[in-house]
Ligand binder design. Structure first.
Ligand SMILES: Nc1ncnc2c1ncn2[C@@H]1O[C@H](COP(=O)(O)OP(=O)(O)OP(=O)(O)O)[C@@H](O)[C@H]1O
Ligand SMILES: [Mg+2]
Length: 311
């Protein structure tokens, strides 16, 4: 039985002074004068459709813990539902941070032991749609996970590379966008997500950067492109919890060089953004006028409606 839909919260439309959008970083200015900016390569701007023309699957991926994957998943889901899209997020991490943050609305007539989650999908015990739950937000649905999902990584009988892709393809639900929140590991779950996705989004936290890890992520994405998903593209990187520093600028330049066809979004740090999960609210709702929500808002619009003026 669905919940009382009239009580679901519509995520607010967010408008704040947008960041400047550039097509290349200006490396001639001293870093002290460097402002937060988004980078949109001209080739990408020309290639993105005006509006999504079909269902799209994104994966937010980086094996580095604390890079901002779950926050990026949540905030993109929030902006896209606020724009009128129907979004399903898949919690593909057995830490279940996204499930804990979003708090699925389980039907009252289903006993807790009968609730479904992503592990059940991998074990073929239910379809993806049967593991999809309402959240307190209009048009935002979640496939939760629990610590049991760790079993999928260990059990050789389940989670063939294409399992999640097949589960998404078999879905009948009228979903516009699926976002997979990957775990901090490059094991079976991340490979499944990369195989299922049309587009990869890579969050990086400048203060917690792992240079060798970045190379490994790059190689994993290449391997998936060669073996199971030739259509996969790295669409954007997100510099999360961004603060001005010389190193932040080096990282910005490094990711532009690593992924020359991807957008680079700068998401400014906000103390309140880090508190939002404890209050079970997207940053967009918890700190609607903050910089973090504003920067994700602009990034989400640039990805889906690139011809709209967002800067
Ligand atoms: N823009 C921001 N400003 C301030 N804090 C942020 C920002 N983005 C993320 N954080 C905080 O950084 C921490 C890590 O973020 P998050 O949980 O999204 O990373 P993750 O990559 O999903 O981590 P894990 O690898 O454990 O799944 C969290 O405490 C989060 O609230
Ligand atoms: Mg996470």
């Amino acid at each position: 039985m669905p919940p009382d839909l009239s009580v679901l919260t519509a995520l607010p439309v967010q408008r704040r002074e947008p960041l400047k959008v550039v097509s290349a970083w200006d490396l001639t200015i001293p870093y002290q004068e460097f402002r937060a900016q988004h980078l949109m390569p001209p080739a990408l701007a020309a290639q993105l459709p005006d509006r999504p023309t079909r269902h799209r699957t994104y994966i937010v991926v980086n094996q580095k813990g604390g890079a901002g994957k779950t926050t990026t998943t949540m905030e993109l889901a929030a902006v896209w539902t606020a724009m009128g899209y129907t979004v399903r997020v898949i919690d593909s991490d057995h830490q279940a941070s996204l499930s804990g943050w979003l708090q699925p609305l389980y039907p009252e007539d289903v006993a807790p032991k009968d609730r479904r989650e992503l592990t059940d999908v991998f074990y073929g015990r239910c379809s993806l749609d049967e593991a999809t739950y309402y959240t307190r937000y209009q048009n935002l649905y979640v496939v939760p996970s629990t610590e049991e999902l760790a079993l999928v990584d260990l059990d050789p009988r389940v989670g063939k590379d294409t399992a999640l892709r097949k589960a998404i393809a078999a879905s009948q639900a009228p979903i516009d966008i699926t976002i997979i929140d990957a775990p901090p590991a490059l094991g079976k779950l991340s490979v499944n997500g990369l195989t299922a996705a049309d587009e990869a989004l890579v969050p990086l936290k400048v203060g917690a950067l792992d240079e060798r890890g970045l190379g490994k992520l790059h190689r994993t994405i290449r391997a998936v492109q060669e073996e199971t998903n030739p259509g996969l593209v790295v669409r954007a990187t997100f510099l999360t919890a961004w603060k001005r520093s010389e190193y932040a600028r080096e990282v910005a330049e490094r990711v532009r060089a690593d992924y020359p066809e991807a957008a680079v979004f700068t998401i400014r740090e906000s103390v309140k953004a880090a508190e939002a999960p404890k209050h079970f609210e997207p940053v967009r709702l918890f700190e609607p006028t903050g910089t973090t929500a504003a920067d994700y808002d602009q990034a989400g619009r640039m990805l889906l409606h690139p011809k709209e003026d967002t800067a």
